[in-house]
Design a protein around this ligand. Sequence first.
Ligand SMILES: Cc1cc2nc3c(=O)[nH]c(=O)nc-3n(C[C@H](O)[C@H](O)[C@H](O)COP(=O)(O)OP(=O)(O)OC[C@H]3O[C@@H](n4cnc5c(N)ncnc54)[C@H](O)[C@@H]3O)c2cc1C
Length: 476
Amino acid sequence: MLFKTQDKITKDYDVIIIGSGLAGMTAANILGRNGHQVLLLESHNKLGGFATWFYRQNREHVFDVSLHGFPAGMIKTCRKYWNKDIADRIVQLKDVRFVNPQFKVQTDFTKEHYSNVLTTQFGIAPEAVTAFFEYLATMNFFDNSQMSNRELFEKFFPGRNDVTRILMEPITYANGSTLDDPAISYGIVFSNFMSKGVFTFKGGTDLIISKMKDELLKNNVDIKLQTRVDKIVVEDGKTTGIILENTKINAKAILSNANIRTTILNLVGEEHFPADYIEKTKAVRLNSSSCQVYMGLKKGVTIPHIGDLIFTSNYPTYDPARLLDLKVSSRTFSVYYPQEARPQEPDARVAIVSSTNCNYEDWKKLSPEEYEIEKNLMIEETLKGLEAFLPDIRDQLEIVEAATPLTVEKYTLHPKGSSFGTKFEGLEVSMNLHKTLPGLFHAGSVGIIMSGWLGAANYGVIQSNAIESYLGTQNV
Ligand SMILES: Cc1cc2nc3c(=O)[nH]c(=O)nc-3n(C[C@H](O)[C@H](O)[C@H](O)COP(=O)(O)OP(=O)(O)OC[C@H]3O[C@@H](n4cnc5c(N)ncnc54)[C@H](O)[C@@H]3O)c2cc1C
């Protein structure tokens, strides 16, 4: 059932899930479908976490926050763990473009096309391209390779900043990866995309989340929105429930979809963990955050097809640190053409969302006046960048607004507005949580690999299996 805001929860559960991001929701759906009593609690007034959207002007404009693209694997995940209807609405974005001083490339973002571009446009020997993709295919999550992205690209394409740029920049734009990050996290994410290209959900985030909500309710998952969990209860060395408004709700297992550091350090508390585990937790670095500019076009305005995803930059070379800079000249435009993005809404407007990675501190340190000035500058630079593709865009726009890391932090409770969880080391801490504190599991963006729509949903699957094994041990 869907609890109303004022409803009190009175019964005990097998599993309580804190947070309804894609990981939390996917785990809830599997556990509910398998007959467990599941309660899903979400602090926001809607499900989805980062998989979210917002309306403006009486719903005339709708903006997707994180629906820029995900790998084809999402189709299988949705078919298996959600339903066929959701899976069948996932479609490929066929027109991905790169426009920067080093090259212009139009691609469907598949391995075949990338290989072709690398050999014909960049002049790389076919054997080197094949060797690179073969190497990526052998990488697996359990490898303990210390190789960094910098070393990976130097190994296969020495001295070729332009090649590094086309291979790495989309991933940097997407999840803030740098050349110093482990090659394993790049290899897995990039290979996931390269298998078949970039995909999206036809109908928009509001539609997929409403379909997921229906499925959760069908599978008897209890849902309560606008409910922020402040404490996870630990008794006799294991978790036994959570506290809501001074009342304990019992559960055999808890799955936290909140940030991993917040889960351990705030929701549970250091005193319940061994010192070395806390040390590792404190050493987990958060990933970078992001800024967006949301642009809604006037009613009836159409635009020529300029690409689905456009990676643009005026910067002469590939430099991940510059991509995070406040005065960035690099951004990704996601273009939502109404008939393709929201065919169910005949009056849908064209929406364009510009995204850039950025550092939380650069925005946090600004005074309120400086913050407004920087936001307006960002909007202005974005419009200038977009004019290169759509010269009349300023006249066609009805809505322009910007979001910063502070906006992300406010709405998602992610410390420092981290948009892709944590760096690689967060994965080990997350996966070891239930081994360290029985009954408490974590699923959600960590280690880059378990981030993004597909990574988060799949991590929900992995942890729901672990929870089922744990519940088995509690029932004997
Ligand atoms: C601007 C932006 C663009 C992105 N673009 C893409 C993209 O194009 N493709 C892609 O694959 N990924 C993208 N991502 C990343 C992707 O959206 C996320 O990695 C993924 O949705 C995270 O899911 P999650 O399960 O980790 O949970 P989250 O989305 O982080 O949700 C966690 C939920 O837990 C709730 N919560 C936290 N603490 C509590 C508490 N104490 N009590 C109750 N509830 C709580 C929060 O309110 C939130 O709803 C983007 C992210 C951002 C920010």
